[in-house]
Design a protein around this ligand. Structure first.
Ligand SMILES: [Zn+2]
Length: 283
């Protein structure tokens, strides 16, 4: 099913802090760090690709006016120099201008804040997520966690829709996720819709050069415990979600899938434990 392997590096590009119980029902009352994950995918022929961008200074400028400022109050952001995307890409001998493509999981600010810093990148996103972000009033967009000011002015010209890519049948072993989109046309990266948190939400299935099978799951679950125990976020987080019941189905689907695909590493975007465990694992 996956024919081309890719090099995968997981980067933490900033973080915010929340009480754990908001993101995980029954969690602690203390505030914990929620890293903003960026996956750097080095494809053998297509070059450097990012899955999301994490935080960038544009988040601060986009959340300076009211009502967008509410977003910053709810999620206080920390972005030290060493966690900036540009600083981290340098470790791989790359500049921001070298990124050829960004796979956008969904349009929440912590996933797309760096798009304006990537002048050479084309963008791939699912149609329903795009519609949830564009053509809304500021309040409507904000209510859904979207900050349209984060998108570059030429965004529509640089965007391709995932929905128009060839569909690959995943077969019963991947139920309840039956089909994926062949994002690059070479079966290296399969886009898997993980709806509920946002209307469609793009997950990405890939196999690394070290033969690790990985599902980048964005916010389909906010932690490993969430999918392992099918634990929903607190009800106070519900207004941020596009479809709460669909989210529950996706979350239980991930647990079901993990039972069948024992080698699959499910990588949520905001789970410090998963990030640390993945980076510790032998290559
Ligand atoms: Zn989100």
């Amino acid at each position: 099913m996956l024919l081309t392997r890719v090099e995968l590096h997981l980067l933490q590009v900033g973080r915010c802090r929340h009480p754990e119980w908001v993101a995980l029902r029954g969690g602690r009352f203390t505030a914990i760090d929620f890293p903003a994950l960026v996956a750097l995918i080095l494809h053998p022929t297509a070059g450097p690709i990012l899955y999301d961008t994490g935080y960038a200074d544009h988040f601060t400028s986009a959340t300076t006016p009211f009502p967008e400022r509410l977003y910053r109050w709810l999620t206080p952001v920390h972005l030290p120099e060493e966690e900036r995307l540009g600083t981290q890409l340098k470790r791989f001998g790359l500049g921001l201008g070298d990124v050829g493509k960004v796979l956008i999981s969904h349009f929440h600010g912590d996933h797309v804040a760096g798009l304006r810093d990537l002048p050479g990148a084309g963008f791939l996103a699912l149609r329903e997520d795009l519609l949830a972000c564009l053509g809304r009033t500021r309040w409507q967009a904000l209510r859904r966690g979207c900050l349209p000011a984060l998108l570059p002015p030429d965004f529509p010209k640089r965007l391709a829709l995932v929905d128009e890519r060839p569909v690959v049948d995943l077969g019963p072993a991947w139920a309840p996720f039956r089909a994926g989109y062949d994002l690059l046309g070479d079966r290296s990266l399969l886009g898997i819709p993980l709806p509920g948190h946002s209307p469609a939400q793009l997950g990405v299935l890939l196999r690394t050069t070290e033969d690790r099978l990985v599902l980048l799951a964005a916010d389909a679950c906010w932690s490993a415990r969430a999918w392992q125990e099918s634990r929903m976020p607190s009800i106070v987080a519900r207004p941020l979600f596009a479809d709460w019941h669909m989210y529950r189905r996706t979350l239980t689907g991930l647990r079901e899938l993990a039972g069948r695909q024992q080698d699959l590493a499910i990588i949520p975007s905001h789970c410090a434990e998963t990030l640390a465990a993945f980076q510790r694992a032998p290559e």
